[in-house]
Design a binder for this molecule. Structure first.
Ligand SMILES: Cc1cc2nc3c(=O)[nH]c(=O)nc-3n(C[C@H](O)[C@H](O)[C@H](O)COP(=O)(O)OP(=O)(O)OC[C@H]3O[C@@H](n4cnc5c(N)ncnc54)[C@H](O)[C@@H]3O)c2cc1C
Length: 500
């Protein structure tokens, strides 16, 4: 085999997956058609859960230097924003950052971890056999073939990997399009941008770095034009005049693009030795700024599972749990973007204006706002447990950053413990019998942390030990009141980290 894993498509999701695999000592190669990262940025937002993931891996500070934190998100561009500041997270905000900046940070990380990145390479075919996958690709010198134990399709919406694996892309085709323009608006003076919906259409304006503004528009007079048709500056100008009453002097288009509401999901994320992630696995109307975020979140779910399989300790159910865990999360994502599309782009009548106003009022109710903020920020994601034995209420939940007092007397944020991508066994009870739980020398992929809580925390006060997955979800918590606590810890380790 040339590699253990070949990742087809070096967009943000592919690069993130390759980095996760390399972190876990997997020999991985990315094949990317583009010679360099595109200078245009579809996504502009990193949401709380994605920022938490970057925090685990030590990349959050670098991203923070390149972006601008804002305390809100939005649902369907309703007038009431979603208040992220009340979320129980050390990343309780949106980081406003162009996608190409995020991509550069991830690619730099991938290189530092030794990922082989082959740019200017177009993948032509992908075949699998019992032992691995065979990938044929072409660069300027001609065609060549590579082999690997696993092949991943992170090659975007038109994914050749998905097509060659015969995985149906189930859903609905485009019925409407919106337009975007990264432009100069000399007469626009709102520092925080604007969002405006009326019977003439929807326009959102947001400031970008380098003196540009992003104009996003759904114009009822232009929304039946195909996504393939180029946008003109004149189209944006006349839409702005009609909807906002001014074009704010729009000039110097840096990037103009049209996007659609095709909504599809791969029927399965795994076919034998082939996996899909990111836009190759799901597409939707870009509402609420979620597509890139979910892609990053799902490859952090896949990376450690694939590494576990390759390193020989994965329980037999683990690889299939990628689809089992992520498919329902993304089904919910597709539904929420369809609802947003209805509210933003289907109807501009007085009835819709009234409905939007009612929903906006409802979002002023703190609990309603909180529930929606949790959904869009992806902090509501929890994974159902395979085993129902020894259930603990924390099992399957996202692991929140905790302040820990470590055995050496230092106080640390728990997220710092996740840098190396290992499981964390957080032991909070100073129980000497932990030494006898398993043969620790066999479990190099578990980092044992002896600590106590630096702050009172009602969710955690009864916890004796918790096994936390490399992607920051609680795999197995054991209560102090459990009669056979060390047996229970052993059971959790064997279930999740192999009998070895
Ligand atoms: C207008 C718009 C605004 C958006 N705004 C947001 C937002 O604010 N927040 C958010 O989270 N998301 C947003 N998104 C979604 C986000 O941009 C995508 O979800 C994200 O880019 C998906 O990343 P990816 O790596 O899966 O796919 P891509 O970014 O599409 O990358 C796929 C890569 O695969 C390569 N490739 C394809 N085929 C081959 C081949 N045969 N051989 C080799 N390489 C190949 C491509 O060159 C590309 O680099 C937006 C999308 C749009 C359209």
């Amino acid at each position: 085999m040339d590699f253990e894993v070949i990742v087809v498509g070096g967009g943000p999701v592919g690069m993130m997956l390759a980095s996760e695999l390399a972190l876990m000592k997997v020999k991985v190669c990315v094949l990317e058609r583009l010679k360099e990262t595109t200078p245009y940025s579809r996504a502009l937002t990193l949401h709380p859960r994605s920022l938490e993931i970057f925090d685990f891996r030590g990349l959050k500070a670098k991203l923070m230097r390149k972006g601008k934190p804002i305390p809100t998100g939005h649902f369907a561009a309703l007038d009431t924003p979603l208040d992220f500041s009340v979320l129980d997270s050390t990343s309780n905000f949106t980081l406003f950052i162009p996608q190409n900046e995020t991509e550069k940070v991830i690619e730099e990380w991938a290189k530092s971890l030794g990922v082989e990145i082959w740019r200017g390479v177009e993948v032509l075919s992908v075949h699998q056999y019992s032992q691995g996958v065979e990938i044929t690709a072409a660069d300027l010198k001609g065609e060549f073939t590579l082999t690997a134990a696993y092949g991943i399709g992170t090659d975007g919406a038109g994914s050749i990997v998905r097509k060659q694996a015969g995985i149906p892309f189930v859903g609905t085709s485009e019925t409407l399009t919106g337009m975007l323009g990264d432009v100069v608006l000399p007469d626009f003076s709102e520092p925080n941008g604007l969002s405006f919906f009326s019977k003439q259409g929807l326009v959102m304006v947001a400031p970008l770095p380098n003196g540009l503004h992003r104009v996003v528009m759904i114009d009822p007079e232009r929304m039946s034009i195909s996504k393939q048709e180029p946008v003109t500056l004149e189209e944006l100008r006349s839409g702005m005049i009609r909807i906002l009453g001014s074009d704010f002097g729009i000039t110097q288009p840096y990037w103009l693009s049209r996007y659609g509401n095709a909504t599809r999901q791969a029927e399965r994320y795994r076919e034998g030795r082939i996996f899909l992630a990111g836009d190759a696995a799901h597409i939707h109307f870009p509402a609420g700024g979620q597509g890139l975020n979910v892609g990053l979140q799902e490859v952090v779910n896949l990376g450690w599972k694939l590494a576990a399989e390759l390193k020989g300790w994965a329980p037999d159910w683990l690889l299939d749990s990628y689809h089992a865990e992520r498919f329902p999360v993304n089904t919910a994502l597709l539904r929420n973007t369809e609802v947003q599309t209805l509210l933003m782009g289907s109807d501009f009548s007085p009835k819709m204006i009234e409905l939007r106003s009612m929903l906006s009022s409802m979002l002023q109710i703190p609990e309603a706002n909180y529930q929606m903020a949790k959904q869009i920020s992806a902090l509501n994601v929890r994974y159902e447990q395979e085993t129902k034995e020894l259930p603990h209420p924390l099992n399957g939940n996202r692991f929140r950053d905790l302040k820990l007092l470590l055995a050496d007397g230092t106080v640390r944020n728990a997220y710092e413990l996740f840098r190396s991508g290992s499981f964390i066994l957080l032991h909070l009870a100073s129980d000497d019998r932990l030494h006898d739980a398993v043969e620790w020398c066999k479990y190099k992929h578990i980092r044992v942390v002896l600590a106590s809580l630096a702050n009172v925390d009602s969710d955690w006060e009864d916890v004796h030990t918790a096994l936390i997955r490399p992607d920051g979800y609680i795999a197995w918590a054991v209560s102090r009141s459990e009669p056979k606590r060390i047996d229970a810890v052993r059971q959790g380790i064997i279930h999740w980290c192999g009998g070895i």
